[in-house]
Design a protein around this ligand. Structure first.
Ligand code: NAD
Length: 301
């Protein structure tokens, strides 16, 4: 029996996810849901799948509710120079249309959201799907965390893995470094790096998407890897702490009041569960998280 996977949206991001899955060591049946499945990419990727014993099939809607994981990659690309929040209305309407009315089986899927603005799309996917909140997770600032770590290691001339920083909040311009939980070469980051350098690296992190777009038109490989990693780690025996967009259960004082919303905080992923550990935030971290939550609230239609 192969593992069922659904990818919604077979554009640049959905194709990158589909191609990454071809390296899976367990046999997969991957259902592509898109009103316009690009024939060239479909054929090309199905040849990669043949080698791994996987099956690629287009628009098998009966497979969607039975899938172990659904990657939500359908949404308008963010135009160069615009913020992710600028496409919120269109993206949220599309998400509602995609998830509303799907009758999920008892074995509920994990929905991994990549579509932007990812935190708001998570919220709408949760509302429209009727799934429990712990079944919805967004790539959120996992990608920004990787970008920050790469840039800091480059800036300081350190090896890959030396920087274990975490970026939290909105996957967008208000994201912030989690100073209390970030480490460099095993030590608290503020002991090893000046606030000036950290601020400079954060600016470059925020500019990463625009820089990639200038060179290749859009971003897709990095986020695809984050999404597939979230699914793989969710299935692992050991739990791992990483940032991802989840339903917020901490009582930050924000414009959301008692309303639920999603944004990236540290989560424990593994054993088929998503848990929020008790986390320590310094005042500066709380200011950043509150600013992110409020920016998301202002963009929620
Ligand atoms: P794209 O335009 O290349 O692809 C979008 C695809 O969605 C198209 O193939 C389109 O036919 C499909 N689609 C439209 N309506 C659909 C529906 N009802 N059901 C299923 N599919 C439908 O865009 P892209 O570059 O692949 O980006 C996709 C999404 O991913 C966007 O929301 C983008 O902002 C987001 N993204 C997120 C990150 C991140 O870090 N989270 C990074 C890059 C892109």
């Amino acid at each position: 029996m192969s593992t069922l996977v659904t990818i919604i949206g077979f554009g640049k991001v959905g194709r990158a996810v589909a191609f990454l899955l071809s390296a899976s060591r367990v046999a997969l049946t991957v259902n592509i849901v898109d009103p316009e499945v690009g024939r060239g990419a479909f054929l090309d990727i199905s040849h990669a799948y043949q080698g791994g014993g996987h099956t690629l099939c287009p628009n098998q809607h009966d497979l969607t509710p039975r899938s172990e994981v659904i990657f939500h990659c359908a949404g308008p690309s963010v135009p160069p120079g615009a913020t992710r929040l600028s496409v919120a209305e269109e993206s949220l309407a599309l998400t509602e249309k995609i998830f509303f009315g799907i009758e999920f089986e008892e074995q509920e899927p994990l929905v991994v959201v990549l579509a932007n603005p990812v935190d708001l799309v998570c919220l709408r996917a949760w509302q429209a799907s009727g799934l429990p909140p712990e079944r919805i997770i967004g790539t959120g600032t996992l990608l920004d965390t990787r970008r920050f770590n790469v840039l800091l290691e480059e800036r300081l001339g350190l090896e890959v893995g030396a920087s274990q920083a975490m970026v939290l909040g909105e996957h967008g311009s208000s994201m912030a470094l989690w100073t209390a939980g970030s480490r460099l070469e095993g030590r608290p980051i503020l002991e090893k790096v000046s606030p000036k350098i950290l601020a400079e690296v954060m600016v470059r992190t925020k500019e990463s998407a625009a820089e990639i777009k200038r060179h290749q038109g859009a971003t897709y490989y990095g986020v695809a890897h984050c999404a597939v990693s979230l699914w793989h780690l969710h299935r692992e025996r050991n739990q791992v702490l990483l940032p991802a967009s989840v339903l917020i259960r901490e009582s930050f004082e924000t414009k959301w009041g008692n309303e639920p919303y999603f944004m990236s905080v540290p989560v424990l992923l593994g054993q088929h569960a998503v848990e929020m550990p008790g986390t320590t935030f310094k005042d500066k971290d709380l200011i950043g998280l509150t600013a992110s939550a409020n920016a998301l609230h202002d963009a929620w239609p």
